[in-house]
Design a protein around this ligand. Structure first.
Ligand code: ZN
Ligand code: ZN
Length: 260
């Protein structure tokens, strides 16, 4: 049976495109084709103006065989982050799911995860960047209002960092905090289309999360309906290999664990 959920999707992709049936229905069609049962829309909070809860409701009515969740990917954007957070607070009860992520390093107005920055990152002090990155995620957790963290080791997107002892030592304390705060993390196929060419997060981090009992959601981070459930065959193999047989789903921020 195909994996049933995709919990990280961007109908608006990289600009404000208000939710309409024309924008959303292709996501339903594509989900159905790929055997998905639940899709969570998690546009970037900087495009929150385009999110329309009534349109999601209409999509639900038009596609009763599928489940659509209202979500947002809240990040640490130095410009829009505060307004995004206020919007999340205001709409908390209408949202099912809030993903937390960090795309910015302190003092840098550009997203670090742009693939055009690979050469620059190959020259940088990655342990320090990673420490700043983890501090940014901790800042998100301090502010609260998050159900799960996305692409946990995104800082390694460029695939240029191979620390001795692996990535896990840089993430262990964060994982322990995630467990204490009863949050989930996603296993994302998006890294397979990036230079790192690995799912997020690295298997060492997934294994440590398993040991701690942190629940997982599944995600493609699709920025087009064509990318929904992308690389899910590969993800299926990975889950089997790791012995992951249960995943987390959400409704109005309440987690339900389902068996695969
Ligand atoms: Zn992201
Ligand atoms: Zn995303």
């Amino acid at each position: 049976m195909p994996l049933p959920i995709d919990y990280h999707t961007h109908p608006q992709a990289h600009s404000i495109k208000p939710y309409t049936p024309e924008l959303l229905q292709p996501w339903a069609d594509s989900a159905r084709q790929r055997g998905l049962k639940e899709i969570t829309f998690t546009d970037h909070d900087r495009y929150h103006e385009g999110v329309d809860f009534d349109q999601i409701e209409k999509l639900r009515e038009a596609n009763p065989d599928l489940k659509f969740l209202a979500g947002i990917e809240l990040d640490n954007d130095p410009v829009s982050g505060k307004a995004g957070r206020l919007w999340v607070e205001k709409n908390w009860d209408r949202l099912d799911y809030v993903l937390g992520s960090a795309h910015y390093l302190p003092g840098d107005p550009e997203m670090f995860d742009q693939v055009t920055r690979k050469d620059e990152f190959a020259q940088r002090d990655l342990p320090t960047d990673c420490a700043h990155y983890v501090a940014e995620l901790n800042g998100m957790l301090n502010r609260g209002g998050i159900d799960a963290l996305s692409h946990l080791d995104l800082i390694n997107i460029h695939g240029v960092w191979h620390p001795e002892g692996g990535l896990l030592p840089h993430f262990q304390a964060l994982l322990e905090r995630i467990k204490r705060e009863n949050l989930a993390i996603e296993i994302s196929t998006a890294g397979w289309r990036k230079p790192v060419n690995e799912q997020y997060p690295h298997v060492d981090i997934i294994r440590a999360a398993q040991k701690l009992g942190i629940p997982f959601t599944l995600a493609s981070d699709a920025h087009s309906h064509a990318q929904l459930a992308e690389y899910y065959d590969r993800l299926t193999d990975l889950l089997k290999q790791l012995g992951i047989r249960e995943i987390a789903t959400y409704e109005k921020h309440r987690r339900k664990i389902i068996s695969l």
